[in-house]
Design a protein around this ligand. Structure first.
Ligand SMILES: *Cc1c(COP(=O)(O)O)cnc(C)c1O
Length: 487
């Protein structure tokens, strides 16, 4: 007999649950084992859109294998696989297995982290992880924090706290200082806070792409001289393009001298907190009022898993709102909703918890150290190549470079490198990113796969150079007509 409730997670349906999850895992493993060598198929957006659009959502397929087969066709067959060494574009990491096992519990039990009466021990697992991260930062026991959806949300919340500290100031007078290479979520947060785009003051960077403290000092002085108020200084510990770590102690001192909130955006570089060999690179992070950390980047966690940690937990009060039905002021139960921008919230913390309990923190740090070593080794090779221009020495695990054959002006180089990237994507051999540096177009490798070897990544570089030679018509290929076509 079929029950209309047969699909609910419920003891009566334990067998069905087990079979459904087991066949999903089997299906995924078949894909995993079938992907070797290519990070993607290069499916076109037009094709992918057409296949999805053809699905009639009012006609369910039932619980046989059909829904999984359809999923393969719509997505998995062409998915981007981050475990492939040749997937080297964005800050997407291959993920660790203990975190994937945690996902089973997160979604099955479906705890919500807003209040203790929806989560029980989960509340304390999250708190213990926040405390542990705070201790790694070097904070004392006044520290607190909360898990977030990502660096974007963490940066927004940090700036909301900074705004709260400047109550009584007119929005139009407040300024936020971030390096010119800082993350765009700072600008978005300024918009959401009603401060306007012009409230974010970009601070110039030095040759190694770090915020220039002299320039920051001048910018802060100009701000106060014109009667405005420095609300926050955002240092980036690992810029998205260059992995540059701003000089944290100097920036901290300047922020403090001007009474500004000091936020460290360590979305990328936060993994250094557990690095056996490079923890020292974050010296000064303990001076921050708040720190954003993306565990879903350099801690090898599945999306999403992230946190905002603050030096003084009392400042989280700027996001507190008491609702009679949820978190009344006189409640005897602990809650996390007082500290969060979200209400209902997934138990993402369990992924990091299981990772630490199974592997330990240093094992994660070694993953990061390994990809930093990899970036260094690859960059050393690239620097010696006459047709390759490396924009700056890598700091974390990105390499910004481009094919730069002689005799090409800026427009030709831009077109050439865009064409190279498109060609690699279209035939699914490698994923590299594109970016602009001081108005000039570059390619970028973001390395987060500790299994990738120097030869793997030099293989990607060889594909780039081969395509570059062909498209540009270098002396080696003797052809000069392809670039015009590519443009
Ligand atoms: C990725 C990144 C962010 C944004 O984080 P999300 O998790 O993508 O929201 C913010 N800052 C830096 C430096 C980043 O690299």
């Amino acid at each position: 007999m079929r029950s209309p409730w047969q699909h609910l997670f419920h003891p009566a349906n334990a067998g069905r649950y087990r079979r459904a999850v087991a066949s999903a895992v089997d299906h995924l493993v078949d894909h995993l084992e079938g992907t070797s060598g290519r990070p993607l198929t290069g499916v076109s957006p037009r094709e992918a859109a057409a296949r999805v659009a053809a699905v009639d959502l009012d006609r369910p397929l039932g619980e046989g294998s059909e829904a999984l087969a359809e999923l393969s066709c719509l997505w998995l067959d062409d998915a981007i696989w981050f475990h492939e060494p040749t997937a080297a574009a964005h800050l997407n990491c291959p993920v660790v297995i203990p975190a994937l096992a945690a996902e089973v519990f997160i979604s099955g039990v479906n705890s919500s982290l807003d209040t203790f009466d929806q989560s029980a021990g989960a509340t304390f697992i999250e708190r213990h992880l926040v405390d542990w991260t705070a201790a790694r930062i070097g904070y004392d026991d006044r520290a607190d924090g909360v898990f977030t959806t990502g660096g974007t949300q963490s940066n927004l919340q940090a700036l909301l706290l900074a705004r709260g500290q400047k109550e009584g100031h007119r929005a139009e007078d407040l300024r936020i200082f971030a390096s010119a290479d800082g993350h765009f979520s700072v600008q978005k947060a300024a918009r959401l806070l009603g401060l306007g785009d012009e409230s974010v003051v970009p601070v110039p960077v030095d040759v190694s792409r770090r915020m220039d403290p002299g320039a920051l000092s001048t910018a802060l002085a100009d701000c106060t001289a014109t009667g405005r108020t420095p609300m926050a200084v955002v240092a980036t510990a690992g810029t998205t393009d260059f992995g540059a770590i701003d000089p944290l102690p100097e920036v901290a001192a300047l922020a403090k001298a001007h009474g500004a909130w000091f936020h460290v955006d360590a979305a990328y570089g936060g993994g250094l907190l557990v690095s056996p060999r490079r923890r020292g690179w974050l010296a000064g992070i303990e001076l921050a009022d708040s720190v954003a950390i993306d565990y879903h980047k350099t801690w090898f966690q599945p999306v999403s898993c992230s946190a905002l940690v603050v030096r003084d937990g009392a400042t989280l009060g700027h996001v507190t709102w008491h609702a009679d039905y949820l978190n009344p002021k006189d409640s005897a139960h602990p809650n996390q909703v007082d500290k969060s921008l979200q209400t209902t919230r997934r138990f993402e913390a369990l992924k990091l918890w299981m990772t630490l309990r199974v592997m330990g923190a240093e094992a994660i740090g070694e993953h990061l150290d390994t990809v930093i070593d990899l970036a260094d080794a690859v960059a050393a090779e690239l620097t010696a190549m006459p047709d390759i221009d490396v924009a700056a020495a890598p700091r974390l695990s990105t390499i910004v470079f481009r094919c730069s054959p002689p005799g090409h002006d800026e427009a030709a180089l831009t077109a050439l490198n865009a064409a190279i990237r498109a060609e690699l994507f279209d035939d699914g051999r490698a994923l590299v990113a594109a970016t602009r540096v001081d108005g000039r177009s570059y390619l970028k490798l973001t390395l987060l796969n500790p299994v990738a070897t120097v030869d793997d990544i030099l293989g990607v570089v060889a594909m780039v150079r081969e395509a570059g030679e062909r498209l540009a018509g270098s002396p080696a290929s003797g052809r000069g007509d392809r670039l015009a076509v590519a443009r």
